[in-house]
Ligand binder design. Structure first.
Ligand code: XIL
Length: 792
């Protein structure tokens, strides 16, 4: 029976749904009335660059401080963002595990200026100690703090939210929004700034699950991050020209160079994406066993976020750049596997939700026939399956990051390209979560795959459902002693960039184009290939080269056509039913809706097809067919009845939204009225016969139920379209069923095979008997009820 084969698919969909829902980030903070977040300070766990603060571990969801038994731990974030200004402000922190002996939010107005820790120190600690609110403060002339203690408000328990505020010359402390105490401010923040930190009593651990800064309307307080320069945008740089097409223009960069103004300005001005050239490699992020360091990566991320750039992760598994503690350690294979799993889990987990994609495995396929896996520490220790495992671990740590295999020498067609293609195809067939292939593209004008071969390679990877990125392009040239290349070579270099870039622009699955650096003043080429250099689009003085003009010129001449929905262009698919409801298959008519016709290949239907996405009130809809003039999609079951906005995006370019009216008619059981006048559901028993009062289903047997998601019960089923030959699991439906009010196990829910617009639910009959009402619930919607007979 169909239902057995389908069961798996629907469970996978359900599983995915639960994963998505449980993906919470930091707890959000409610503000007292009249107060607003200091701009950029609504989630300082994510944006606080905590990786640079010793004594504290950070993930994207929490900060954790464990004090040694020998003394207090007081990590203060001096490298990351701090508050600046003389107005009223507050800092609000949620402590999920307030220590019994002492957990404090620490705000430092002035760091210690002398050789003794308290010299000149202006510091406020507000926290919990021994079940009371305790506030300590230092004013720079004594090691001893002045203190105030206040009772905890009624009902305050783990977790608690503490707010330390400067309001009108007073320091005021709130717990869970209730004021607990206030005293005159001795000028703790007269410096005009406040560094953020914590203080934890000996032997205790504090987890901070939310952190934000706020201010009353009109207060003059800002969040300031040293090293996070805001680049001046021109509106006509590479990132701006590429934005309408959705293609991300990116470059590799080093956090240590961000203090160079020219460097930061060019990076933030030109690129919408940054990849750390070295800052996230294994030896950087785990320099000693289980000692993780995210300082540099966090700085780059803070720069990227401030400048509206995405960030790519590079890389998790590579034969190179491994720390010697690992390669010269004597670890067993099982230990090495544990080390890699913990490394991936920790590094990817630290950046969860913040990086768009990761190069999970770098350069692991050999350069020569038979193109097997390269000899490496990981191959020796973990064996052939290390790639699969690495992708699985990375996916578990950040289910939303796109995961890439990244390599050189396989960008066009040929032995190595075939080997990479076959390898990733194998990964897909094994169910490994891989989303794309990075084509590094370290080339020269004389040794670069042809545009046609790059296009062919991109196309065959697209046919596997994979994205591609040109991930590390540079074009090295012979240079003189001053690092200068000839004009002829610079022209050839421009042509090389242009051809590769044109291949990417033309490929719907090529979504990122990155160069390995961006200025000739900072590039790995001169030191790695002596006598060569000048490989990047900007020269050593940050001036555009012919290569830059080629990229920019291509972007200007390939302006993208915006999808447009025709007037009255949204209609129910192929049928007599005029009503659009959750679950309906709907057609959009218009122009520029897609680059070319594509019909969904596999199931479940995905929200992206041929570079097209459709949203209904912002929710991605499953797509069945796209073409320049027509797009067929399904109204998600989560859409509420009422007016809804439908928007089409093609290759990242969004069209103008159109309004439709969604009726709350779905799902509706198909029914018939029998000779006795009873309304009965059209249901197939396990032997394919129609269930009736005289043809009951056996208890525990399987039933197939039909519903429409598109209108009143008695209308004809909308057909007439080319129907898919296999079931369409439309989306992650939470579909449940009851028979005689007893829950029945649903084994499949999706579009019925062969009938576009008809929904099928397979279920197992529970322990009921007689003519009992059947009811199906899909997402928010309950069906009508109709009778089904279950054997006595
Ligand atoms: C290179 C960096 O550019 C150098 O600074 C570093 O010394 C070595 O690594 N392929 C890759 C990159 O995937 O990580 C390499 O980066 C260049 C080749």
């Amino acid at each position: 029976m169909r239902m057995r084969a389908n069961r798996c698919a629907s469970w996978v969909a359900l599983f995915g749904f639960f994963l998505a829902v449980s993906n919470g980030s930091a707890t959000s903070i409610a503000l007292r009335s009249g107060w607003a977040f200091v701009p950029g300070a609504q989630d300082l766990i994510q944006t606080g660059q905590w990786g640079c603060t010793a004594g504290l571990t950070s993930t994207s969801a929490a900060l954790s401080i464990t004090a040694p038994n020998s003394g207090y731990s007081t990590p203060i974030n001096t490298a990351g963002p701090r508050l600046q200004g003389n107005g009223d402000f507050s800092v609000i922190a949620t402590f999920s595990n307030p220590a019994t002996a002492g957990s404090f939010l620490t705000l430092v107005g002035t760091l210690s200026t002398g050789s003794v820790w308290w010299n000149g120190l202006m510091r406020l600690d507000a926290g919990v100690a021994n079940n009371a609110v305790l506030v300590n403060y230092w004013t720079g002339s004594s090691a001893n703090a002045a203190s105030h203690s206040y009772p905890l408000p009624d009902g305050a328990s783990d977790p608690i939210t503490l707010e330390a505020a400067r309001i009108g010359g007073q320091i005021t402390v709130f717990v869970n929004g209730t004021q607990v105490g206030s005293f005159g401010d001795p000028g703790l923040f007269a410096s005009g700034q406040a560094y953020l930190g914590f203080n934890v009593a000996p032997g205790e651990t504090l987890n901070v699950t939310a952190l934000a800064a706020a201010m009353p309307a009109g207060s003059n307080v800002t969040l300031y991050s040293p090293g996070v320069l805001l680049a001046t945008r021109t509106g006509s740089a590479l990132r701006d020209l590429a934005a309408p097409s959705g293609l991300l223009m990116g470059a590799a960069a080093d956090a240590s160079l961000l203090p160079l103004t020219d460097y930061s300005q060019a990076l933030g001005r030109e690129y919408g994406l940054v990849v750390p050239e070295n800052d996230l490699k294994f030896a950087e992020t785990e320099p000693a066993p289980r000692q993780f360091s995210f300082c540099r990566g966090d700085q780059l991320l803070a720069f990227a976020q401030a400048n509206g750039m995405a960030m790519r992760g590079h890389n998790l598994v590579w034969e190179a750049y491994l720390p010697s503690w690992l390669t010269s350690g004597s670890y067993t294979p099982a230990q090495a596997s544990g080390i890699l799993q913990e490394h991936i889990n920790t590094v990817v987990g630290h950046y969860k939700g913040q990086l768009v994609d990761w190069d999970v495995v770098n350069e692991s396929i050999s350069d020569t026939a038979p193109y097997g896996l390269k000899a490496s520490y990981w191959l020796t220790q973990l064996g052939n399956s290390y790639l699969d495992m690495a992708f699985q671990w990375a996916h578990a740590a950040d289910p939303n990051a796109k995961l890439f295999y990244n390599d050189y020498g396989g960008e066009g067609l040929g032995g190595k390209a075939d080997a990479i293609y076959n390898y990733v195809k194998g990964m897909l067939s094994r169910g490994v979560p891989i989303h794309g292939v990075g084509l590094q593209m370290h080339v020269t004008p004389g040794n670069v795959p042809s545009q046609a071969n790059i296009a062919a390679n991109m196309a065959r990877l697209a046919a596997l459902g994979l994205e591609v990125h040109v991930s590390e392009m540079d074009v090295k040239l012979p240079v003189d002693a001053n690092g200068n290349a000839s004009a002829a070579d610079l022209a050839a270099q421009a042509a090389t960039y242009q051809n590769v870039f044109a291949a990417c622009q033309a490929a719907p699955n090529c979504t990122e184009f990155l160069t390995w650096g961006f200025t000739d003043s900072h590039s790995w080429i001169p030191s790695t290939y002596p006598g060569n250099g000048a490989a990047l689009p900007l020269d050593a003085n940050y001036q555009p080269k012919p290569a830059y003009a080629a990229l920019s010129g291509n972007l200007r001449s390939n302006s993208v056509s915006r999808p447009a929905i025709a007037p009255h262009g949204i209609v129910i698919h192929g049928g007599s039913v005029a009503v659009i409801s959750p679950g309906s298959l709907v057609d959009i008519y218009g122009t520029n809706l897609a680059a070319e016709p594509v019909t969904a290949q596999g199931f479940p239907l995905t929200p992206s097809l041929g570079g097209v996405q459709v949203t209904v009130n912002g929710t991605a809809a499953p797509l069945y067919y796209v073409s320049p003039g027509q797009v067929d999609f399904q109204i998600p079951y989560s859409i509420q009845a009422g007016s809804a906005l439908v928007q089409v995006s093609s290759k990242g370019v969004a069209g103008v939204a159109a309004a439709i009216s969604v009726q709350p008619a779905a799902p509706s059981l198909l029914t018939y009225v029998d000779a006795a006048g009873s309304t009965r559901a059209v249901v197939q028993n396990q032997d394919y016969s129609i269930n009736s009062a005289s043809n009951c289903a056996a208890k525990g047997s399987y039933l197939t139920v039909y519903l429409i998601g598109s209108g009143p019960l008695d209308n004809a089923i909308p057909t007439g379209a080319p129907a898919p030959s296999s079931p369409i699991s439309n989306e992650a439906l939470t579909t449940t069923a009851t028979l005689g009010s007893v829950p029945a196990t649903v084994t499949f829910a999706g579009m019925a095979p062969g009938f576009v617009g008809l929904m099928q639910v397979d279920l197992q009959t529970p322990d009921v008997s007689g003519n009992v009402p059947l009811q199906i619930q899909v997402g928010l919607y309950s069906s009508n009820q109709a009778l089904v007979c279950v054997g006595q």
